[in-house]
Design a protein around this ligand. Structure first.
Ligand SMILES: Nc1nc2c(ncn2[C@@H]2O[C@H](COP(=O)(O)OP(=O)(O)OP(=O)(O)O)[C@@H](O)[C@H]2O)c(=O)[nH]1
Ligand SMILES: [Mg+2]
Length: 553
């Protein structure tokens, strides 16, 4: 077989080289995804991604000059024999009793500085060997940088072997699957191992070992069958060829494959790139495909929530009390002065609710009735609606995360509502100017009437004592001025009261509307901070996660 044919067999796939910076960018994007999803997505759905991030970081920090290749396969397939044949020494025991190899062995070609890499791989120091001494000259130069691992058997009756193999298969840069003519079609190999390396086709090589035991026609037939199985595993295009540790066809093709891997220094990057692709695919169901319309919570549901909160907080009661209090206080200022004190003796409705002291910051300051069960149910329904609207189009587990966020501050809501109501400026602590004006006029009327009354009294006393009369001038049809003053003053007061009455009604209703508006505003703030904001925070995390995953993909 010519070298060109051999190379064709070894690298049939057209692989685009992986750029280290690009890989780092992808890993960084996965890190951003995990950071955004952290706390919203169950940990078990993030653990693979976290492992990939850690592993990529560790491997990239270690030697880029070395290519770690593992010989993996069932017991007796000939891993140790190939390992020894490639290294040229009896480094790993080849046995008759199965399984033979229990701990991974490593052989390093040339290149100093492999120790930290071998520490990371967990190969014990007494299982590490170095190839290429001064005696070799340049014979082994093409493999300089190779770290070849002989793994235990992956179908082992020893569970420890399997764990060790699985651990190392997650770390190595390239895997050579060593199959033998008896067990190459074994289900375990294909289902549990080869199939899982679909995204690592660029760093997968399959050899049919012990080919010296087959006649050529059988070897060709088996390799063809093996290719069919590999296609079914999703490993179309991976290099697959025969080897023998003992005779023909030997190791030349395998050596060429190893030399190529070492020369390109791409295996570590390709492997990690495959890991990232795997992680992205695993995370993909956590975000919706297609673009999301808006990360915001629909206005209408927030308004309904604020209304439900307002009812629960007693906002309508306060608004109603504001109107009545306005009337009450207006009567106390605008009423007939003699009757005002009687008004003032009775506490007004707001005072009875302890809402008369103007803006306060104490949650327990008011005497509003407790919210009813129906009102509380309306609040939880409205906040569920907010969560449902925000969750629209999001895949699990985000709706659950949003629902949880909408409930996250629910215990603080009653106090916050009390503060909102108690601290709202109801606008009744200042007397309107027109009240003072009308009040002054009422005093004037009352004073006039009083003057008339006093005068009439003096007149009567004088008449009784026979003193000269003090009738004073007469007005119009001979009515004494004193009577006019008394009657006029009273009539003026009465008329003024009649004229002012509808004005007070209008102003009281306006005070109610103003109170309603201010309460709505301060309760909307509570709805925002306690329910909508936590929901929006999850939505922002979701958007971040989605963007990060798109970048990682
Ligand atoms: N004819 C022939 N025999 C081989 C070949 N490779 C390995 N053997 C034999 O197969 C048996 C098992 O070989 P090992 O190299 O120990 O196999 P292994 O895969 O390391 O086995 P475990 O360490 O148990 O996983 C030994 O008797 C070898 O001599 C080969 O290419 N041709
Ligand atoms: Mg072995």
């Amino acid at each position: 077989m010519s070298l060109v044919e051999r190379i064709k067999q070894v690298v049939p796939r057209q692989t685009r080289p992986v750029d280290a910076d690009q890989l780092v960018t992808r890993v960084e994007a996965i890190r951003r995804f995990v950071a955004a999803a952290d706390g919203h997505v169950p940990e078990e759905q993030l653990v693979t991604a976290r492992t990939v991030i850690d592993r990529a970081g560790e491997r990239l920090a270690l030697s880029g000059a070395h290519t770690v290749v593992a010989l993996a396969g069932a017991t007796g397939s000939g891993k140790s024999s190939l390992f020894n044949a490639i290294s040229g020494f009896q480094l790993s025991r080849v046995g008759v009793r199965r399984p033979t190899t229990g701990v991974a062995h490593a052989c390093v070609w040339g290149q100093a500085g492999a120790a930290p890499l071998l520490d990371w791989l967990g190969v014990p120091p007494n299982r590490r060997f170095t190839r290429e001494s001064a005696l070799d000259g340049d014979d082994e130069a093409a493999l300089r940088g190779l770290v070849l691992l002989d793994l235990p058997d992956f179908d082992s009756i020893e569970s420890g072997h399997r764990l060790e193999v699985d651990r190392l298969l997650r770390l190595v840069d390239l895997v050579v699957w060593v199959l033998d003519p008896q067990k190459y079609a074994d289900r375990v190999v294909h289902r549990q191992y080869l199939e899982r390396f679909q995204r690592h086709r660029d760093v997968t090589v399959v050899v049919l070992n012990q080919a010296d035991r087959l006649v050529r026609a059988d070897a060709e037939r088996i390799v063809a069958d093996l290719r069919r199985l590999l296609d079914a595993d999703g490993l179309t295009g991976v290099p697959a060829f025969t080897t023998s540790a003992k005779g023909r066809p030997g190791l030349a093709t395998l050596r060429t494959a190893l030399e190529r891997a070492v020369a390109t220094r791409q295996s570590a990057l390709l492997r990690l790139n495959g890991d990232v692709t795997d992680a992205v695919a695993a995370l993909q169901p956590l975000v919706a495909s297609g673009s999301r319309p808006s990360a915001d919570v629909p206005r209408a549901t927030v308004d309904r929530l604020a209304e439900a909160l307002g009812n629960a907080a007693g906002a309508p009661i306060v608004a109603e009390a504001t109107e009545r209090t306005y009337r009450h206080r207006a009567a106390g200022t605008l009423g007939w002065p003699v009757l005002r004190w009687a008004r003032r003796m009775r506490p007004d409705p707001l005072r009875r609710l302890h809402l008369d002291a103007g803006p306060v910051e104490r949650p327990d300051a008011t005497s509003l009735p407790e919210s009813t069960a129906a009102q509380r149910a309306a609040v939880s329904l409205a906040s569920r609606e907010v969560a449902a609207a925000a969750s629209e189009g999001l895949p699990e587990p985000w709706p659950a995360a949003i629902a949880a966020a909408s409930r996250s501050r629910v215990d603080d809501v009653p106090d916050a509502l009390d503060v909102a109501v108690a601290s709202a400026d109801l606008g009744l602590d200042r007397k309107p100017v027109w009240w003072r004006l009308v009040g002054a006029l009422q005093w004037l009327g009352a004073a006039t009437a009083l003057a008339g009354l006093v005068w009439l009294g003096v007149r009567a006393v004088f008449a009784l004592l026979g003193l000269p009369n003090v009738d004073g001038p007469k007005v119009g049809a001979g009515i004494p001025l004193a009577t006019v003053l008394l009657g006029g003053g009273l009539l003026f007061g009465l008329l003024l009261a009649i004229v002012v009455r509808p004005l007070v009604g209008i102003a009281a209703r306006r005070a109610r509307v103003r109170t309603e508006r201010r309460l709505r505003e301060s309760i909307a703030v509570v709805a925002g901070t306690h329910i909508v904001a936590p929901v929006q925070e999850v939505l922002r995390s979701y958007d971040d996660a989605r963007e990060a995953l798109a970048a990682a993909a």
